[in-house]
Every structure is written in C-alpha cells, then in structure tokens.
Design a protein. Structure first.
Length: 159
C-alpha cells in the first residue's frame, strides 16, 4: 500500500514534501497537543520510504523511516481513526522499537488524511504515558482531521 503508484502520485500532487513549515499545519499540531495533553503531535505525510513531518511538536526530527512508522497501520485498517491507549498491551505495537526503546511510546492516536481517495498522511499524537481519551477529545480529533484535509485540498487547488 505504501508504494502504490496512484497513492504516491496523489501525495506528490499536494506539493508538500520537503517544504518549509506553515502556520496552518503548525496550528493543527499545537491544538492537538493541547487538546490531548500530549508532548508529541505531528502532521505526517507518508512517502514511499519515510514518514515526513510537515509539522511536528515534541521531537526535533523532520522524518522517520517507514520501518519504524506507527502510522503504517492505517494502510492495513479501514478505520479513519486509531487510538492505542497502551502500546505495551497492544499486539501490533508491543514489540515496536519506539515502544521497547527510547522514547518508550505508551500512547498513540492517529487520524487518516486522505486526498483523491488515497491515504496520504496522518494527524498523529504520542505520549510516553498510557492514557484514555474522552468522547470530546475524539470529536476534536475528527474536526482537526477535516480541517487538515481541507488545508491539503486547498493546497492542491493552488488556493
């Protein structure tokens, strides 16, 4: 799924990979970090071999290899939202290198960002503490997802 040519073309048509920071995306990550009280929030674009962070709070990286991607899971599930309250108790993540080693991620949640019918990225949040999320927080994640996808679509239209 990650290397699907049609999906990669949709991603490239956004003309966002390896671009400078933009206020619209930084506002999304700041809002998510605050709403969920987490130290790490990202707008992540899923390229062929990497997750590239259009906006990132809480870590100084601008990208990570596909091999360590938490967001990879969205290529293999139908849900647009994923919440893992405790990564150590989840079979899909318990052995993940970023769970068993620093930074010892314990909580992960993400929302699929789609464009032109393809998964092009995620809004994702992480914490080093396990946590539960409220219905209100899930509503916020949904609203932020829609805002992010509208921002992506405006970019593709050149607006």
């Amino acid at each position: 799924m990650r290397k699907n040519p049609e999906r990669l073309q949709a991603l490239k048509s956004l003309a966002l990979l390896d671009t400078a920071a933009e206020v619209a995306y930084d506002d999304l990550t700041r809002t998510l970090a605050k709403a969920f009280d987490v130290p790490i929030a990202m707008v992540s674009l899923l390229d062929a071999d990497r997750d590239w962070f259009k906006s990132c709070i809480g870590v100084s990286l601008t990208e990570s290899p596909a091999e360590t991607s938490f967001c990879e899971i969205l290529f293999h599930c139908e849900d647009d939202f994923l919440v893992i309250p405790d990564t150590t108790a989840d079979a899909q993540f318990a052995d993940h290198p970023l769970v068993v080693n620093a930074p010892f991620i314990r909580f992960y949640a993400s929302a699929r960002l789609a464009f032109d019918g393809h998964t092009v990225g995620t809004l994702c949040i992480y914490d080093v503490k396990a946590k539960q999320v409220s219905a209100e927080q899930l509503e916020i994640l949904g609203a932020m997802r829609l805002a992010a996808m509208e921002t992506l679509a405006r970019r593709a239209r050149g607006v």
